[in-house]
Write a protein that binds this ligand. Structure first.
Ligand SMILES: C/C=C/C(=O)SCCNC(=O)CCNC(=O)[C@H](O)C(C)(C)COP(=O)(O)OP(=O)(O)OC[C@H]1O[C@@H](n2cnc3c(N)ncnc32)[C@H](O)[C@@H]1OP(=O)(O)O
Length: 117
């Protein structure tokens, strides 16, 4: 997300860019946060280390953001899609929050986004 955040900062500052399209591959838009990276961290490490510091950057960009979604948009990937101003979903797009099966709840943004929409 740090890299995506940096790219969004640059696009926002670039006067030649009017709108931003975020996409993935045919198989996946994004499968969510890296479970392998997260699994051995304690709550204190994740919370204190600002693990989700840049998570909502898509929703604060001051230019229109389009999410072009195909394949899996899961967990944080589903949240990314919902943070876009417009979702353009292909026929194979699948949205979901499978992290509940890992004993965790959807991250920072999902519940608020669902309530607001
Ligand atoms: C705040 C935010 C929190 C979150 O976002 S929590 C994460 C939420 N996302 C998930 O729980 C998605 C978990 N992944 C899956 O359900 C499945 O995967 C898929 C449906 C995306 C794909 O299934 P299939 O086509 O059968 O492929 P495969 O063999 O399961 O996965 C291929 C490789 O991709 C790795 N992978 C998939 N998703 C993640 C992930 N989110 N974090 C880290 N690795 C992931 C797997 O482990 C595996 O890797 P290897 O080939 O080494 O076994």
């Amino acid at each position: 997300m740090t890299e995506v955040g940096r790219a969004l900062d640059a696009f926002e500052a670039d006067g030649e860019i009017g709108a931003i399209v975020i996409t993935g591959s045919e198989r996946a838009f994004a499968a969510g946060a890296d479970i392998k990276e997260m699994q051995n961290r304690t709550f204190q490490e994740r919370y204190g280390g600002n693990f989700l510091a840049h998570w909502n950057r898509i929703s604060t960009v001051k230019k229109p953001v389009i999410g072009a979604v195909n394949g899996f948009a899961l967990g944080g990937g589903c949240e990314w899609a919902m943070m876009c101003d417009v979702i353009y979903a292909g026929e194979k797009a699948q949205f979901g929050q499978p992290e509940i099966l890992l004993g965790t709840i959807p991250g920072e943004i999902l519940l608020i986004t669902l309530i607001l929409n």
